[in-house]
Design a binder for this molecule. Structure first.
Ligand SMILES: *Cc1c(COP(=O)(O)O)cnc(C)c1O
Length: 360
C-alpha cells in the first residue's frame, strides 16, 4: 500500500501564482501579482552584488541585524520580531503550531487565498465571514465565531478587494474575540495605507497575548523574489515560532537586501507615492468607461466585469496585447480581474485597452 497523507490534504487546490507570460510578447507587462513596478531599491541590488564572495557562509539564523533595524524603525522590541521566508511562511508556521484537527479558522469571504490553504493543511475548517459589497466589519467576523474557532485572519488592507478596515473596527474585532483565539493581522500592504486611523496590529501586540502582526518586503519594498517577511508577536508566540521555523529560514542574500532596502527611505516613498497617485486615477478612469472598481488601500485595483465570461474575455483581450492582469476565478470571484498598479505608461496602456474593449 502506498503512503497516504493526512486526511484533507488532497482536498487542497494547489496555490497558483499570477500568470507571467503572454504568447508573442518577449517582455509583457505583468500586473498579476502586486509586484513593485519600480523594481527594488538600487541600494539592495548593490548590497547583493557585494555578497558574491560569501555565499559559502550560512546565514545568521537569528536574523539579528535585520530584526534590530526593523525594531528601531518601527519602535518595537527586537526579541518579539520573527523573520520568515516571506510573510507567507510566518502564516504557515502559525497554522502549524496553533491549529489542530477539527478547529475552525475565520477569514473574510474574499480574504487572501493562503489562509484557507493554511487551515486545510492543518486539518482545520476555513469559515468565511460575510462581506457586504467587498467591505467587512468586526460584527461580520464575530458573527461566525464558535467554540471551535482558533484563529482569525485579517488582511488589512485586504487582497484582492483592497478594503481597509478602520482602526476602531479592528480593535472592536479584537475586543470581541475570546482570549484563546489568535488574531493575525496581515499588513502585506501596510506601507501603502494613506488613512491616519490605521491599525496594523503593533499596538495590539504590545497590549495583548493573542495578536500577531505580519509585514513583508515583497510588495512596497519590491523584494518578492527574495522572500522576506516578518511578524511582530507577543513573547510567548515568538518563542513558539522560533521552535517551529527551520534554523536558516531567511537566506543571507535576502537578509542583506532587506536591510539595505529598509534603509532606502527614498525608494519606499517613491513607490508608495506613485501608488497613492495612480490607484485613485485608475479607479476613477476605469469607472468612467463603465466598469466597476472598489476603493483600494493597496497597490492594486479590483475590477468588476458583469459576468465571469466577460471577465475571461477581457483577460484574453488584454493578454493578446501583452497586458497580464489576474483573473479572479481562483479567488472565488469569477467575474473580476485584479490589476496591480503599474508604471504610468503601463496604467495608461491598460486603460486604453479596456476602453477599446468596451467600445467594440
Ligand atoms: C502578497 C501577500 C502576502 C505574501 O507575501 P510574502 O511575504 O511574499 O509571502 C501575504 N498576504 C497578503 C494579503 C498578500 O497579498
Amino acid at each position: 500500500m502506498a503512503p497516504k497523507p493526512r486526511p484533507g490534504i488532497l482536498d487542497i487546490k494547489p496555490y497558483r501564482g499570477g500568470v507571467s507570460d503572454a504568447p508573442g510578447f518577449e517582455a509583457p507587462t505583468k500586473l498579476s501579482s502586486n509586484e513593485n513596478c519600480f523594481g527594488c531599491s538600487p541600494a539592495a541590488i548593490a548590497a547583493v552584488h557585494k555578497m558574491e564572495n560569501s555565499l559559502e557562509r550560512y546565514p545568521d539564523g537569528g536574523v539579528q541585524r535585520l530584526r534590530d533595524a526593523l525594531a528601531q524603525k518601527h519602535n518595537l522590541a527586537a526579541e518579539q520580531i520573527v523573520c520568515g521566508c516571506g510573510s507567507d511562511e510566518i502564516l504557515q508556521l502559525l497554522g502549524k503550531a496553533y491549529l489542530r484537527e477539527g478547529d475552525e479558522v475565520i477569514l473574510a469571504q474574499n480574504g487572501f487565498l493562503s489562509y484557507k490553504l493554511i487551515a486545510m493543511q492543518n486539518g482545520a475548517a476555513p469559515v468565511a465571514a460575510p462581506e457586504n459589497n467587498m467591505c467587512i466589519d468586526a460584527a461580520a467576523f464575530l458573527s461566525v465565531v464558535s467554540p471551535r474557532t482558533r484563529m482569525v485572519f485579517l488582511a488589512n488592507p485586504n487582497n484582492p478587494t483592497g478594503f481597509l478596515m478602520p482602526g476602531a473596527e479592528v480593535r472592536k474585532l479584537h475586543a470581541g474575540l475570546p482570549g484563546d483565539v489568535l488574531l493575525i493581522i496581515d499588513g502585506a500592504y501596510a506601507e501603502y495605507v494613506r488613512e491616519d486611523d490605521y491599525e496594523g496590529g503593533f499596538a495590539l501586540v504590545e497590549k495583548h497575548d493573542n495578536v500577531v502582526a505580519t509585514r513583508t518586503f515583497s510588495k512596497s519594498y519590491g523584494l518578492a523574489g527574495l522572500r522576506v517577511g516578518w511578524a511582530y508577536c507577543p513573547d510567548q508566540i515568538a518563542a513558539v515560532l522560533n521552535r517551529v521555523r527551520s534554523p536558516f529560514n531567511v537566506n543571507s542574500v535576502a537578509q542583506t537586501a532587506a536591510l539595505a532596502a529598509l534603509n532606502d527611505e527614498e525608494f519606499l516613498s517613491r513607490s508608495t507615492g506613485h501608488v497613492a497617485h495612480w490607484a485613485p486615477w485608475l479607479e476613477a478612469e476605469i469607472s468612467k468607461i463603465g466598469l466597476k472598481t472598489y476603493p483600494s488601500a493597496g497597490n492594486f485595483v479590483l475590477i468588476g466585469m458583469e459576468t465571469p465570461e466577460r471577465a475571461d474575455e477581457v483577460e484574453q483581450f488584454l493578454t493578446a496585447r501583452g497586458l497580464i492582469l489576474r483573473g479572479m476565478r481562483g479567488f472565488g470571484l469569477p467575474g473580476f480581474l485584479r490589476m496591480t498598479i503599474g508604471t504610468e505608461a503601463e496604467n495608461r496602456a491598460v486603460l486604453a485597452a479596456l476602453s477599446a474593449f468596451m467600445a467594440q
